[in-house]
Every structure is written in structure tokens, then in C-alpha cells.
Design a protein around this ligand. Structure first.
Ligand code: E4P
Length: 221
């Protein structure tokens, strides 16, 4: 499963790039509003740091506006993927961008049927929102599982990107469900690294090592 970082914060992206696990980045207007500046400049910096796809989200409501924003983003860097919300205008815009060879990520997917339609329209990534479904007492991971099964059963040329990931458990379940990608905030990645037994083990190995070291200037038999 590929791991994308869900952020528009360049410093966070640089940290995860150094860990050697960064496959891509997803941004959205809310994440961008937290860092400020000009969206184009932020995207340019993110694309420089990121080897894989970087999602840039349109805000237009009509197909022409979505396509124009998409073309503009695609000209910023070769690894841009245009993020388009699930909707009638969104389907049209995804189909038109696909015809121009510009890859798209269909966002705000909350059902397998929405994902199926986005795949048919030519989206290269399908983003079911797990956490937001869990928030309204539904099982968000079911949509991921169903979409993965549909994509694989019918050999659709698209990938399922588990989005709105809120916990390390979501990551494990997304991987088990066969999600091709999961996009995750840095805080969740850090929780995935941590384990109290790992920390205790590192501390005790260090203690035991130190206990047999010969102080400088003394001779051991
Ligand atoms: C990523 O593509 C999505 O925009 C993001 O994961 C949404 O996450 P949220 O539901 O925590 O805002």
C-alpha cells in the first residue's frame, strides 16, 4: 500500500520524505488554509519534495471552471493530480481532463457507487472518506473494501485511496482491505511508529550496554 501524506505543510512533507516512506501528497482547501501563501507556490514546493503524485483540489462548481483549474494545476509540475469532488459537474470534468491526459483524484466519495462512477469517468484515484463516515456512525472502511473489490473484479484502471484517515487502526484496516493507497496526517504516522515496548526495549538495551562499559582510565580483568 502506498502512503501519501495528507497535508499542505512543506515542513511536514520534508520530514516524511527523509523517512523514506513518502509515495505522494494530498492537499485540499482546508489543509491549504492552515499554511497560507499562494496555492501555486505551495504546490510547486510540495512537488519538488515529493517523488509521487501530489493532489491539488479545484474549487469551481461547474465543469468549465474545474477543467480550467485542472489545466492550470497540471502546468505547475508533472506529478500534479487534479482533485475533483464527486458530483455531476465533477464527472464531466474528470472525463474531459482524462481525454487531455491529465490525471484526476475523485474526492468526497462516500459510497461504492460514487466510486464506480468516478472510475468510469476516468479518475485515476478514488478517495473514499473513512473518518467522516465513521463520524456519522457508519463504517467508513466498508466503502474502501467494496471499492477495492469492484476495481479488482472488473479490472478498472484506477486506484482506491483511503482518505480521511484518523487513527493507526484505520491504516491497518485500509491495508488489510487492499487499498492501493492511504493518505494520512503526520500525527497518525507518528502514532504508527510508536510502541511502548519499543521505547522500553531501546532504553533497557542502552542501560545494559552502559552497565558493562569500562570507565576511561580503568583496566578490566
Ligand atoms: C484527502 O484527500 C482528504 O481531503 C482528507 O483525507 C480529508 O480528511 P478529513 O476528513 O480528516 O478532513
Amino acid at each position: 500500500m502506498k502512503i501519501f501524506l495528507d497535508t499542505a505543510d512543506v515542513d511536514e512533507i520534508a520530514v516524511v520524505a527523509r523517512w523514506g516512506i513518502l509515495d505522494g501528497v494530498t492537499t485540499n482547501p482546508t489543509l491549504f488554509s492552515k499554511v497560507g501563501g499562494a496555492y501555486d507556490d505551495v504546490l510547486r514546493k510540495i512537488c519538488d519534495l515529493t517523488p509521487g503524485p501530489v493532489s491539488a483540489e479545484v474549487v469551481a462548481a461547474e465543469p468549465d471552471g474545474m477543467v480550467n483549474e485542472g489545466r492550470h494545476f497540471a502546468a505547475i509540475a508533472p506529478n500534479i493530480v487534479v482533485k475533483i469532488p464527486m458530483s455531476e459537474p465533477g464527472l464531466e470534468a474528470m472525463a474531459r481532463l482524462k481525454a487531455e491526459g491529465i490525471p484526476t483524484n475523485c474526492t468526497l466519495i462516500f459510497s461504492a457507487n460514487q466510486g464506480l462512477l468516478a472510475a468510469k469517468a476516468g479518475a485515476s484515484l478514488l478517495s473514499p472518506f473513512v473518518g467522516r463516515l465513521d463520524d456519522i456512525n457508519e463504517d467508513g472502511m466498508t466503502v474502501v473494501r467494496e471499492l477495492v473489490a469492484i476495481v479488482e473484479t472488473h479490472g478498472l484502471e484506477t486506484e482506491v485511496l483511503a482518505a480521511s484517515i484518523r487513527s493507526p487502526r484505520h491504516m491497518t484496516l485500509a491495508a488489510l482491505a487492499g487499498a492501493h493507497v492511504a493518505t494520512v496526517p503526520l500525527a497518525v504516522l507518528r502514532k504508527m511508529i510508536e510502541h511502548p515496548l519499543t521505547e522500553a526495549g531501546i532504553a533497557s538495551f542502552r542501560r545494559d550496554w552502559d552497565s558493562v562499559q569500562t570507565p576511561v582510565g580503568t583496566k578490566r580483568d
